[in-house]
Design a protein around this ligand. Structure first.
Ligand SMILES: Nc1ncnc2c1ncn2[C@@H]1O[C@H](COP(=O)(O)OP(=O)(O)OP(=O)(O)O)[C@@H](O)[C@H]1O
Ligand SMILES: [Mg+2]
Length: 298
């Protein structure tokens, strides 16, 4: 399955080519934040969804909020190109240009808190395969109480700005844990995809995240139970979640898929494999539901 020659024709590597983004399906854009404990499958699912949305002619922006920056690899940007990506917060000149302060130059500087970042995707968006644009955010420095560093000021503006972009599906892959909810970086997102595997710790993170997502006012919070091998895995997760289950708009079950290991980090061969695989149909179901909620078909 991972042999590129067997890929379906629709999957072609057009990395670094300029796409025509004029075909726009949704009247309004919508934004999805993907969260969960480390290693539960956030990046894999975000990358697959990015391709599935792009295949349906959506203009897709995949945002990598994880300092590990592995979303471009998963989307299929060649390794030598991915390795060259400089994340937004490491573009010191840009941070300074926008916020008026250079990272690392000490605290107490006067910061422009709402800089105009309307050029950010144009200047720093990476053209991935197909119609997927990628924006790599980089590390968010945890500010001391009451302080705000230039990188954070910039990232918060970028998140606010990408929330305003129209006609675009934005999928934000996050670093493990719940910190992005604490920093309100996910505020304004329309949907949250909370990913877990059938382990107690991962489900506990989802349980916590669901409440935070609700408090942030995210209207549609969906649960993804990934790496499912048996019915027992599903009931285990549901039992741990208990009343929290009521917070979810949809529940998705994604089976364990051995082939992923052979293909990773690039997810595209999965999309070109057996179209009847329950792994792929599961991810397609997520795409369809996100689209329906995002375009108000439900
Ligand atoms: N359904 C699945 N079946 C089998 N393997 C899977 C499944 N989903 C994801 N994986 C594998 O699990 C590993 C971790 O996945 P991924 O990197 O997407 O997780 P993550 O939540 O983004 O991790 P991190 O928190 O470290 O960023 C990868 O090797 C991926 O191929
Ligand atoms: Mg990840």
């Amino acid at each position: 399955m991972c042999d590129s020659k067997t890929e379906r024709k629709r999957i072609t590597n057009t990395a670094n080519t300029i796409r025509d983004n004029t075909e726009k399906v949704p009247e309004e854009g919508f934004r999805v934040v993907i969260t969960g404990k480390g290693g539960v499958g956030k990046t894999t699912i975000t990358a697959l969804l990015s391709h599935l949305f792009a295949e349906k002619e959506f203009t897709t922006l995949a945002v990598d909020e994880d300092p590990q920056m592995n979303l471009p690899y998963a989307i299929g940007v060649p390794r030598e190109e991915s390795d060259m990506i400089v994340p937004l917060t490491h573009n010191l000149d840009y941070v300074e240009e926008k916020t008026g302060a250079r990272p690392g130059e000490g605290w107490g500087l006067m910061l422009k808190l709402n800089p105009d970042v309307t050029d950010v995707v144009e200047r720093f968006g990476v053209k991935g395969p197909e119609r997927v644009n990628i924006l790599v955010m980089g590390t968010v420095v945890q500010a001391a109480t009451g302080c705000l560093c230039p990188e954070n000021a910039l990232l918060e503006s970028v998140v606010r700005y990408i929330n305003l972009r129209e006609n675009e599906v934005i999928l934000m892959d996050t670093q493990a844990g719940v910190e992005h909810f604490g920093r309100a970086i996910a505020k304004g997102f329309d949907q949250a995809l909370l990913v877990t595997d059938p382990t107690f710790n991962a489900v506990s993170v989802v349980k916590h995240s669901a409440r935070l997502a609700k408090d942030l006012g995210i209207p549609y919070i969906h649960l993804v139970i990934n790496r499912v091998r048996s019915e027992r895995d599903i009931t285990k997760v549901q039992d741990i979640l208990g009343d929290t289950l009521d917070l979810f708009t949809e529940q998705f079950i994604i089976p364990y898929e051995e082939e992923l290991l052979e293909c990773e980090p690039d997810v595209r061969p999965m999309l070109s494999g057996d179209p009847g695989s329950s792994f792929i149909t599961g991810v397609m179901d997520i795409q369809e539901k996100l689209e329906n909620y995002g375009t108000k078909k439900v």
